[in-house]
Design a protein around this ligand. Structure first.
Ligand SMILES: Nc1nc2c(ncn2[C@@H]2O[C@H](COP(=O)(O)OP(=O)(O)OP(=O)(O)O)[C@@H](O)[C@H]2O)c(=O)[nH]1
Ligand SMILES: [Mg+2]
Length: 299
């Protein structure tokens, strides 16, 4: 720590519509994959803490589920509650906006950040994919007029473009505080939980329609056997017919899911992994408080 410069630290809630790139942003700033990322909306289901420590600052991020109109499903209401609670618990709201494509949820997100009393910073994401850079100027103006953020920074969470400038703007706003976490803290997610998430990510990437949204993963065993991590996990679906889709013809889909997840888990733990997957029908798990709790989606 430099003696002549105050140390700043605080909690930053990363909020925004589903698929805006919130988890991609968190992984980029941490330099590690702690949150799963897919091209499908509503990938993130709970809040994930990520800590970035520098000499004079500590940014404590909450990655959150995408803000959306939750409808009837209990899981989706829990997801919205997670995101709004993170906003509530933060010193600053970082609203991640998809700079290329905005769906109906853009308005839901806008309303939530407009209601929040936290200082607001906007990251206009995916500028690497914007076909016409000039087209983002009207969007910047629109957001400025609607929510009066302290600053709007165009970024690419994928390439890292603009991210340093964004972090510096955030640090300027954070209160003077000593660090809240030891400098080597990265996340509150144990490897065991991230491993389960990586199985869920593989399901999201390899299946379609309602299947990803009907899936939850529990890790039944996570054992370090000296040079080999042995993991047993269960993929829960809501209906018997979905079980067949996850298993696939002659077990081919389950095999693909397992291979995809295993490679990611091995990258994370830096060791060989043995991954055994089971598939189980837990009828209507996303609609019942008890199973949501059991699968880690409740309070
Ligand atoms: N081209 C481009 N794609 C991006 C960028 N950031 C994220 N993406 C892609 O956008 C998709 C969604 O990214 P996520 O990080 O999962 O988005 P999210 O906001 O966490 O989504 P939810 O968890 O569903 O709310 C993925 O396919 C990412 O690869 C970016 O800066 N540029
Ligand atoms: Mg996410």
């Amino acid at each position: 720590m430099h003696e002549n410069k105050a140390h700043r630290a605080g909690f930053v809630a990363i909020v925004g519509a589903p698929n805006a790139g919130k988890s991609t942003f968190l992984n980029y700033v941490l330099g590690e994959k702690v949150a799963i990322v897919t091209s499908k909306p509503q990938t993130t289901r709970h809040r994930i803490l990520g800590v970035m420590s520098e000499d004079d600052s500590q940014l404590i991020f909450w990655d959150t589920p995408g803000l959306h109109a939750p409808g009837q499903a209990l899981l989706n209401r829990e997801m919205m509650n997670r995101a709004l609670a993170a906003l509530e618990d933060s010193d600053l709201a970082l609203w991640v906006v998809d700079g290329v494509r905005r769906g109906a949820e853009h308005k839901t997100a806008l309303e939530a950040v407009a209601q929040s009393k936290r200082p607001l910073v906007v990251a206009l994401n995916k500028v690497d994919a914007a076909p016409d850079k000039a087209a983002i100027l009207p969007l910047i103006k629109e957001i400025e007029e609607a929510v009066h953020p302290q600053v709007i920074v165009p970024i690419s969470a994928k390439t890292g473009d603009g991210v340093r400038a964004l972090l510096d703007e955030i640090i300027k706003i954070l209160p003077e505080n000593p660090p809240f976490y030891p400098g080597d803290t990265l996340t509150d997610q144990p490897e065991r939980i991230i491993a389960g998430e990586m199985v869920r990510e593989a399901v999201f990437k390899l299946t379609s329609q309602e299947i990803p949204y009907s899936t939850a993963v529990t890790v039944d065993e996570f054992k370090d056997e000296g040079g080999l991590i042995s993991i047993m996990a269960t993929i829960h679906v809501e209906k018997e017919s979905q079980k067949g889709v996850i298993i696939g013809k002659g077990g081919s889909m389950l095999k693909k899911i397992g291979q995809t997840a295993r490679l990611n888990i091995e990258r994370m733990v830096g060791e060989k992994v043995f991954l055994k997957l089971f598939v189980r029908t837990t009828r209507d798990w996303s609609k019942k408080k008890s199973t949501l709790l059991e699968f880690g989606y409740g309070d």
